[in-house]
Design a protein around this ligand. Sequence first.
Ligand code: MLT
Length: 397
Amino acid sequence: MKINKHYLELENSYLFKTVAKKAADYKNEHPEADIIKMGIGDVTLPLPECAVKAMGEAVSEMGKKETFHGYPESFGEDFLLSAIKSHYEKIGVKVDTDEIVATSGAKEDVANILDIFSDDVTVLIPDPVYPVYLDTNIMAGHKVIFSEANGENGFLPMPDGSKKADIIYLCSPNNPTGAAYDYDSLKKWVDFALATGAVIFYDAAYEMFITDDSPRSIFLIPGAERCAIEFCSFSKTAGFTGVRCGYTVIKKELTSDGVRLLDLWKRRQSTKFNGVSYIVSRGAAAVFSDEGEKEIRENIAYYRENTKMMTEAFSSLGFTYYGGKNSPYVWLSCPFGMKSWEFFDFLLEKCNVIATPGEGFGSCGDGYIRLSGFGTHEKTREAMERIKRVCSDYTLK
Ligand code: MLT
């Protein structure tokens, strides 16, 4: 048999699995440790009530002959696509329901979309960034080049004429750094993509966390309809990490040699995916109702309290950090001259706090660590107290 040898070029395990294993090993060796998890960005608040109610009703419908549903619509139930369209309208973007494809999540989509592109593409990936972009392109054997993000460019790399690619990944607000492009910077990327014939993969999974006037969709930038694909998700917006639902938007204007990318994506999806289940679709659609938006705003405000606690703690310690403002993540420059994994071990051993080492998001992430604001207030407060106690002592040594 012949395996895909590109898998052998990957790191041994996916970043968040490596972190989870280290935490589990530590717990095995120290069963008494009260570990606080601030590594993977998994939500802790329960689902919004409106989603629970809608899904409950959908379950009842599925249990009755008259209202039972079989296969869902491959590209999304009409009521879900209309709810997503109205969400876009609220942020000033006009999109047709047939330009939206509902899916099981943005992680899957940013990986699966590669199916519709040629094998010999060159991709430009920010460093650091969500590790799925790099891993899936290694799996596909693509040529990968990087745009470096660092403190000097505010973790917002800009187009560089010497780095031309067929596919450009942007994630804004960025995972892991929390940096968000403003309108003018995003416009430069759109202009660059149009001038070079590239397509932008725009990951907007954290758009609901934006607190300033940074664009919440790339489709707010003129020309993006001809060069961008947007990915979004209900995971962080509405606590759907365990329910699974996302959506991809491709405008009809996005073509290559006269072929609509939207048609290729739909062809791919109808062959390899049977659609978002009716029950989940009802829950997701409820999230974008007026009542739902109110509830998710309350949940997001709760998580924001966490990032506030974190940034206040780090300020009081005199640490340098980024993010937290337009993002549920705080991106901390490791103190005491430590590297990412060194500070990861330090936090684990001395504070029993799990973070995600910045290096896991790319080599430019070394020297940083990411902490998630998706925990409970109690655990976040406790974690910050431990870090303050240990780190202020440590400074004195
Ligand atoms: C993260 O921690 O970066 C995310 O939870 C991972 C994901 O969304 O798949």
